[in-house]
Design a protein. Sequence first.
Length: 394
Amino acid sequence: MSIPDKTQVLIIGGGPAGLLLSQLLHLAGIDTVVLERRTRDHVLSRIRAGVLEQGTVDLLHRAGVSGRMEREGLVHSGVEIAFHGERLRIDLDDLTGGRSVTVYGQTEVTADLYAARDEMNGVVVHEAEDVTLHDVLGARPFATFRKDGQTHRIDCAFIAGCDGFHGVSRASIPETVLKTYELVYPFGWLGVLSDVPPVQEELIYAGQENGFALCSMRSLTRSRYYIQCSLEEKVDDWSDDRFWETLSGLLPGDIADRLTTGPSIEKSIAPLRSFVAEPMRHGRLFLAGDAAHIVPPTGAKGLNLAASDIHYLSQALIDHFTRSNDEGLEGYSARALARVWKAERFSWWMTTALHRFPEKGAFGARIQKAEFDYLASSRAARQSLAENYVGLPF
Ligand code: FAS
Ligand code: PHB
């Protein structure tokens, strides 16, 4: 591949945020280059999010990458919350006036985006090493990087930092400028992917005396399960049998009785944190997705927040290049953060309501019971959960 020495928008990171931005800008006739540190196989080997908000589904449709999702994605009009043996279905359709979520793995979304980029001859440079951003406060920012031992420079008008939590983009903003907010949870999620039918048609978020479990899926023949685990756990210490036994003990009896177990095809532990970096802009550098914020996956918001950031940023860049209007760019950080913080709140609430926090003692446990009882007894409480779960408006 020949690597250009200039482009209009340079995108750091070839995950869902970076690829979606590249695709949307390309459709508007704006030139981009994506610099991705890892190989495509590595990016596509990651198993992450599973639930797409309606807004994300609509945006993927606008990006022209929704064909397979519309064929293979599972539209869910409800989700179940189980708490200490009691079960409550949240009727998303009824409570939100017909909105739903679509179960379709982030891996598939990313694969569909890569396929579309290839089809439109999009420039994605894999194994781009030591990406370094320069002159982001000037009118002509640029990045340098190494590829196959050669040093390259790409000049651009704007840089989109879509390089995730450990990327170089947020790290390129001086600490004197950036304000960060963080809450690290005292546990992680041990996740397993297995080619077994899901235990139930809809997702189940289960908070029990001894911990939290999530029953999710990728299709009607491929399940995704998570259990709360301590941060000291090592994935190698978890045989499949140990995982299935622990999961079973975290589910209501009749659900556990229906559990189909099988060999894991992926097993990983993810830490849980809430994190926001402000502002999401520094000169001509714009942060989007995990580069700017992280949510605990309990609310299924991580990937969906990346989508809403890209919705705002792509529109702002299109307005700049096609209408010489910079209102969107000027307002991008405040607009994105307004939605980010509402998703941070919801993800924090779902996590604190359903996970085991021994350090919070008996009072904390009673508050969790009160949260569930309030949900069970109040349509307004269920409506609040439902409108956040399907996704607040972009
Ligand atoms: P990503 O991290 O997906 O992509 C960033 C890309 O930038 C990566 O491909 C990386 O290789 C690249 N990059 C990094 N540094 C670079 C550099 N210096 N130069 C060039 N490229 C660089 N969300 C949910 O909703 N549900 C879940 O269950 C869930 N589980 C998760 C599990 C894990 C282990 C992680 C890390 C995240 C999980 N998430 C989940 C959140 C996840 O889905 C993110 O929200 C989503 O990947 C965000 O997409 P991006 O912002 O594109 O960041
Ligand atoms: C998943 O299927 O990976 C998934 C679903 C819902 C969540 C988190 C993860 O809240």
